[in-house]
Design a protein. Structure first.
Lengths: 111, 114
């Protein structure tokens, strides 16, 4: 069973707009991570947010975490064509030595 | 890419044949993982290793075995390949430190079982 579930499954926006993706999970976590995957490539780590953090920024990325709702969101501001990719959340359950990935959100940025 | 290579990158095989995929790392990381990626299922963990000769099952381990006889290599074996094992396989290492916890992925192996 998947720990993380992303929403929406697909998102298409115009270049310059902001993109928001959501992730929900089921159990207590140590941290939550977001990864990007360009077509045909391996996943690339974007950002990690720990369970005691509520918000984190990295460049044009903003991640929030609400542990009471077991949810996270990834905001990409001022999107670019190069942001076109699939985005995955992954959770590190407490006591586990592994990540569990969601099914991903496929983001398309239209020029 | 944290010095991760996978071989082969592409393989076509027939049902019932054994297949071994290799993951090699150059940076001495303790944790290594094998995932498969299929449309509609995202990334699913097959097996992982937390040290030489220390391995454990993931969520989709049936039909797969692994071995790790040295730190740098993590092998995934399909003893008797089936069409349901057609997939893209990714290896990953985990970099774990005080301020970071990141997985780095290899380029993937596309396996087709006919």
């Amino acid at each position: 069973s998947q720990q993380g579930e992303e929403d929406p499954q697909a998102l298409s926006i115009q270049e310059g707009e902001n993109a928001t993706m959501n992730c929900s999970y089921k159990t207590s976590i140590n941290n939550l991570q977001w990864y990007r995957q360009n077509s045909g490539r391996g996943l690339v780590h974007l950002i990690l947010i720990r369970s005691n953090e509520r918000e984190k920024h990295s460049g044009r990325l903003r991640v929030t975490l609400d542990t009471s709702k077991k949810s996270s969101s990834l905001l990409i501001t001022a999107s670019r064509a190069a942001d076109t990719a699939s985005y995955f959340c992954a959770t590190d359950a407490k006591g586990a030595q592994k990540l569990v990935f969601g099914q991903g959100t496929r983001l398309t940025i239209n020029p | 890419d944290a010095g991760i290579t996978q071989s082969p990158r592409h393989k076509v095989t027939e049902t019932g044949t054994p297949v071994t995929l290799r993951c090699h790392q150059t940076e001495n990381h303790r944790y290594m993982y094998w995932y498969r990626q299929d449309p509609g299922h995202g990334l699913r963990l097959i097996h992982y290793s937390y040290g030489v000769k220390d391995t454990d099952k993931g969520e989709v381990s049936d039909g797969y075995s692994v071995s790790r006889s040295k730190t740098e290599d993590f092998l995934l074996t399909l003893e008797s390949a089936t069409s349901s094992q057609t997939s893209v396989y990714f290896c990953a290492i985990r970099e774990l430190a005080a301020s970071t916890d990141t997985q780095y992925f290899g380029p993937g192996t596309r396996l087709t079982v006919l």
